[in-house]
Write a new protein. Structure first.
Lengths: 265, 544
């Protein structure tokens, strides 16, 4: 018999989270509680405050209002140790690209306290799974975007974290790799890992997420499973729901104008 | 391997770092990776046409010999008389100058690296440890640099003044490094506190430019503190000298080795000892604040405020013959205005080109009045404004956005010459012309209208000199197509050689003026005009 103690299964919580840059409010009071083993599709238009919230949770952004707790501890007080349980794939896909994949993975693992041999072995095995065994000793600067993205994904998982922040992790990946990755996500969640998945590609978010959180203008505009959102909004796809909730209807008109301007020259 | 040796040495200081609250094992890991990356700062060949073989290795270590060579030039100073205050102040100003310049231009990127934010700060590494890693990283280079720079003087001093000299000298070098690193960081910290977004990057850029410019002026202050005549050197102390660090270190030598123990000297010497240490402790206290503040740098907000004015359009239409060339003229003008790294590397020399003529005029002023000067031939110093051209051209092929260079390849450019000639013309109008015009106006006030023909001659020399410099400074590499990483850090002797050529132009000008005072200059101007037409028509042509 399994009793789920709610106190322990809340991995992440935000209370009245606010943030402003130079008089401009980016986050206007966000309240969110995320349970263990959930895949959260974290969506919203550009500038809605998605990356700001992720940056706050990773401790990169100071000066916010409200309270953020990860693994039950206020991150203002808990030091940096909690970051050891997080894996992160940044949207900017920054890496030290003068390093080879092996060097980068060993270093990255080392930062999480994994010893060199183990990080190397694990890194090699994971690279092999992604079909990159030959590129293990090649510098990242000569990797294609998709290959680099795979290395980033591996480096975010090397230390077997409990919470994952994926910001547009699929960019540049080919269709087969996307297929594999989606399956990986599902299995990771089954093992009790919590995944924060940010993306602009709505049909993937729609398919993989247990719960969708839509951020619009610094506030949560929608929160629920895809079925719940569909019932509330009477729209067929997440893309349409997204358009509706963010008040965007002019796509046909804009497209028409755009093409007519292109034709002009 | 080099890096292992550094790290082995560092291991002995482990206790110190742990005392300061730094996670040593983590710091060592970060450092090892950073040093490894430095050995790979070689460009991934973008330009397949020039198949140069880049050797792997730390570019900085390879440029150390240039510093050592510069160090050799300082040696004679240690042999001037026994006036320690004077000779050591001068020596230390040169060293401080070199160290701060390198700190700002080459090592600031280590401190302000935003990549560390998303790669390292997201891992369980505390800000203090990260900052310690950066500091040690910079320190390793600073120590090597000062070492190379000071080694010749140290040996000479040891032979001439004994082991006490050497000890004191080494101590002072450490203090100089401490001052340079903590001061630059403080200034960055202040700027990071007060500005945001794009504005912040601009301000940092201006501060860097201003700083590198100030060290040159500061250097002049040191010299001015002394009243040098042939027989003896005296110093007249005044309050502002308390803020000139090289004097502190010079005073220390005078106190210890020269045996003069006056109150003023003691204050100076004490300042030299205490300030760097205090600064460094404050620096250490603020390390976490600094790392957090850097996060601001990666935020992207705000529109760029740099626009091209009407003037640029006018010059573009005036100077460029084809539409294609005009496009590249505008493109190069924009790139030079927008690229902060480019500005950082080039603008200080812009400032110097502007200030040098006046510094030399002031030096000439010694003993004579302004009216005497205005009758003289000091206006030849206007030729100093040419000196910024080689520096700018040398940097022209680099850009922070070098990856954008694919556009040269995919667009149907008919005439590759236009890319280069457009960029050169932009260089002349955007960088050289403003400096030259301001100088000219000031000089016209000083020397009256009689020098107008001379100024015109200089103005006409500039484009020719530009083409000459182009041949020496730039290979076939397209403008803005290589990363700054691949630029050699210091000491380009080609630039020195071009300075000589600029001098040659000035000499020719003076000679003609002297031989044919009547019409010589006029003929020279006409000659320059014709030369310009020929040179710009023929010398830039590219095949294919």
């Amino acid at each position: 018999m399994r009793t789920i103690d709610r106190e322990h299964s809340v991995i992440l919580s935000m209370e009245d989270l606010t943030m402003s840059y130079g008089g401009h409010d980016v986050l206007k009071g966000i309240n969110l509680e995320v349970l263990r083993g959930q895949i959260i599709g974290y969506i919203g238009p550009n500038g809605a405050g998605k990356s700001t919230t992720v940056r706050i949770m990773l401790g990169l952004q100071k000066g916010y209002g409200g309270k953020v707790s990860l693994f039950g501890e206020d991150i203002r007080k808990s030091g940096v140790a909690y970051k050891g349980r997080i894996g992160y794939v940044p949207e900017t896909a920054e890496v030290y690209d003068m390093l080879t994949a092996r060097e980068y993975l060993v270093f990255s693992g080392g930062c999480y306290g994994i010893d060199e041999k183990r990080a190397e072995r694990k890194g090699r095995l994971l690279m092999d799974q992604f079909g990159l065994a030959d590129a293990f000793d090649v510098r990242l600067s000569s990797f294609s975007k998709g290959m680099r993205q795979k290395v980033l994904i591996i480096s975010s998982l090397l230390h077997n974290p409990d919470l994952l922040f994926f910001d547009e992790p699929l960019s540049g990946l080919d269709a087969n790799s996307v297929f594999v990755f989606k399956e990986i996500l599902a299995q990771l969640a089954e093992q009790g890992k919590t995944i924060f998945y940010s993306s602009h590609i709505m049909d993937i978010v729609e398919k993989i997420s247990h719960r969708i959180v839509l951020l619009y203008d610094g506030q949560i505009a929608a929160d629920g499973s895809f079925e719940e959102l569909k019932a509330q909004n009477k729209e067929g796809t997440l893309e349409e729901i997204f358009n509706q909730l963010t008040g965007f209807h002019q796509h046909a008109q804009i497209a028409e104008d755009f093409v007519s301007i292109v034709k002009e020259v | 391997m080099e890096k292992i040796r550094f790290l082995k040495l560092l291991d002995r200081l482990r206790w110190l770092f742990e005392r300061l609250g730094v996670d040593y094992t983590m710091m060592r890991k970060i450092l090892a990776v950073k040093l490894l990356m430095d050995t790979r700062r070689t460009p991934v060949l973008l330009n397949q046409r020039t198949r140069k073989k880049y050797k792997e290795g730390n570019l900085f270590l390879k440029s150390l010999w240039v510093y050592a060579l510069t160090g050799l030039f300082i040696v004679p100073i240690t042999f001037i008389g026994s006036h320690y205050l004077f000779k050591m102040s001068i020596t230390f100003s040169i060293i401080l100058f070199m160290v701060i310049t390198a700190m700002i231009a080459d090592f600031s990127s280590v401190l302000l690296d935003t990549r560390d934010q998303s790669i390292l700060r997201t891992k369980p590494i505390d800000a203090k440890t990260l900052h310690a890693a950066k500091t040690v990283h910079v320190c390793i280079y600073l120590i090597l640099l000062t070492g190379a720079l000071a080694l010749p003087s140290a040996i000479a001093g040891l032979l001439r003044s004994g082991p006490l000299f050497l000890l004191l000298f080494l101590l002072n070098l450490v203090l100089i490094d401490l001052i340079s690193i903590s001061c630059t960081t403080f200034i960055y910290l202040i700027v990071l506190k007060f500005f945001d977004g794009e504005r912040l990057k601009d301000v940092i850029n201006y501060v860097q430019i201003f700083l590198s410019f100030m060290v040159v002026i500061g250097y002049q202050l040191v010299i001015r503190a002394f009243d040098v005549t042939m027989t003896n050197i005296t110093i007249s102390f005044s309050w502002w000298q308390l803020f000139v660090p090289p004097l502190w270190f010079g005073a220390m030598f005078e106190w210890m080795l020269g045996g003069r123990h006056t109150a003023t000297l003691s204050i100076f010497a004490l300042l030299g000892l205490v300030t760097p240490i205090v600064l460094f402790f404050i620096y250490q206290k603020f390390s976490a604040t600094f790392e957090t503040a850097i996060a601001k740098l990666s935020a992207q907000e705000g529109a760029s405020r740099h626009r091209l004015g009407r003037m640029n359009q006018l010059f573009g239409n005036l100077l460029c013959r084809s539409q294609e060339e005009r496009v590249f003229f505008r493109f190069a003008s924009l790139m030079m205005k927008q690229d902060r790294m480019f500005k950082l590397k080039v603008y200080p020399s812009l400032g110097m080109s502007f200030v040098f003529p006046f510094i030399f005029l002031l030096n000439n002023l010694n003993g004579s009045t302004w009216s005497q000067v205005s009758k003289g031939s000091g206006y030849y110093y206007v030729y100093f404004s040419l000196l910024l051209i080689p520096t700018a051209l040398f940097m022209l092929k680099y850009s922070s956005a070098y990856k954008g260079a694919w556009i040269y390849g995919t667009t149907p450019i008919k005439n590759r010459t236009a890319i280069f000639s457009g960029a050169l013309k932009a260089c002349l109008t955007e960088l050289f012309l403003p400096v030259f015009l301001i100088l000219s106006v000031l000089f016209l006030f000083l020397f009256q209208w009689r020098i107008l023909p001379d100024l015109i001659a200089v103005l006409l020399t500039a484009p020719i000199f530009c083409v000459v410099s182009y041949h020496f400074c730039m290979d076939d590499t397209l403008p803005f197509s290589e990363p700054f990483d691949s630029a050699p850090t210091t000491g380009n002797y080609m630039i020195l050689f071009l300075f000589l050529i600029a001098g040659l132009f000035a000499a020719t000008h003076a000679l003609i003026h002297w031989l044919f005072p009547e019409y010589g200059l006029l003929i020279y101007i006409v000659g320059l005009l014709i030369a310009n037409i020929i040179v710009w028509k023929t010398a830039l042509r590219k095949e294919g």
